[in-house]
Design a protein around this ligand. Structure first.
Ligand SMILES: NC(=O)c1ccc[n+]([C@@H]2O[C@H](COP(=O)([O-])OP(=O)(O)OC[C@H]3O[C@@H](n4cnc5c(N)ncnc54)[C@H](O)[C@@H]3O)[C@@H](O)[C@H]2O)c1
Ligand SMILES: [Zn+2]
Ligand SMILES: [Zn+2]
Length: 340
């Protein structure tokens, strides 16, 4: 048996004794979990606002640990390796999968959302989903941060962010920060927004070129100054409200790109001409499309630096306090990591 964090129903989270997973297939890997990051969507499962969640559920989709056992067909990793686990599980046969976009597989299942996740002492995954991290080059607990950075790489790819681009990242939460650091590693110039000054200070500290508190300054004016009146070539929206997408369409340059990360279902009010007049590409970015190797390379080389993103650490048995902290202390919290 082992301990796992289970959300039975909204606001009812418990540490429960459940059977320890076992190798059933040659591809299987059992991981002794080391660390798991708490994400907004875990909070959504906890407080009942995640419409995709089903209960009861072992939560956790940002995690990694040490391999404890491997099936007889596993060759790329071995017992004792430190790995980060990709949470995307796809069918391999649908249009999206066959055209190289398995992150939007028509039947995609996310570990920790649609199936049991990583907030447990042991987890079973497969060789395909486990990516080795060099223990000597990164803080082992940062295996939990590979997943949020993979969202950052995906958004950069979708927005074709490249050297010299002026980029606006709306929102300075963990996802905005990840997008920003990846964009910086590509040589872009990045401006960020938020409503919370401590979040903007962290963004500056972690490498943003300019930050704007939209409660204190006119974003339109600052953008105009930042781009010499041209508008932004690339905007990544990690605020994800109906209004933020409208705002992005107003601030983007002709021929620019907008990347939406939103998962909400409230509509924005957008006239068709907003797309047509400027000939903009508006794309969605979901999860990550095999970006773990690239993230690990960026982490190991120091091109991205998660130390200041990781603001809080809790023992997994204190998960309730950790979830409450994420919900109620936006001023101080960026990423909370649970240790197992
Ligand atoms: N598509 C995906 O694969 C994917 C993956 C992870 C997260 N997300 C989404 O990305 C978004 C960001 O995630 P996060 O974990 O960073 O969330 P977060 O809530 O920590 O960050 C959002 C930030 O936006 C700020 N904000 C709110 N209104 C604003 C405004 N009008 N202008 C500027 N800033 C404003 C908030 O203060 C906060 O700091 C969420 O909506 C989440 O659902 C999408
Ligand atoms: Zn997440
Ligand atoms: Zn598929």
């Amino acid at each position: 048996m082992m301990k796992a964090i289970i959300v039975n129903k909204p606001f009812e989270v418990e540490i429960k004794e459940v059977p320890k997973p076992e190798i059933n297939d040659g591809n299987d890997i059992i991981i002794k979990v080391l660390a798991g990051g708490i994400c907004g969507s875990d909070v959504g499962i906890y407080n009942g606002t995640n419409s995709l969640a089903t209960y009861p559920r072992i939560i956790g989709h940002e995690f990694g640990g040490i391999i404890e056992a491997v099936g007889d067909r596993v060759t790329n990793v071995k017992v004792g390796d430190l790995v980060a686990v990709d949470n995307v599980n796809s069918c391999g046969r649908c249009y999206a999968c066959l055209t190289g976009h398995h992150n939007v597989c028509s039947t995609v299942e996310v570990t920790g959302v649609h199936r049991d996740g990583g907030f447990a002492e042991y987890v079973k995954t497969t060789e395909e989903n486990a990516y080795k991290v060099n223990k000597d080059h990164i803080n082992p607990f940062h295996v939990a941060l590979v997943e949020p950075y993979s969202i950052g790489v995906e958004a950069n790819e979708r927005g074709r962010i490249t050297k010299g681009d002026k980029v606006l990242v709306m929102g300075s939460g963990p996802i905005g920060i990840a997008v920003m650091q990846v964009a910086k590693s590509r040589g872009a110039e990045v401006m960020m927004t938020d409503l919370v000054n401590t979040r903007l200070e962290r963004a500056m500290d972690m490498g943003a070129d300019k930050v704007v508190n939209v409660l204190e300054e006119s974003l339109t004016d600052v953008v105009s100054e930042f781009t010499n009146g041209e508008g932004l070539p690339v905007i990544v929206d990690s605020v994800c409200t109906p209004r933020s997408l409208e705002e992005a369409l107003e601030l983007v340059s002709p021929a620019g790109r907008i990347v939406s990360l939103g998962t909400g279902n409230k509509p924005s009010a957008i006239p068709q001409v907003a797309f047509t007049k400027k000939g903009v590409d508006v794309v969605g970015s979901r999860l990550n499309n095999y970006r773990f190797p690239h993230v690990i390379e960026l982490l190991e080389s120091g091109a991205i630096t998660p130390e200041k993103m990781h603001t809080h650490t809790f023992e997994f048995t204190d998960v309730k306090e950790a979830l409450e902290e994420v919900m109620n202390n936006k001023d101080a919290v960026c990423k909370v990591v649970l240790t197992f």
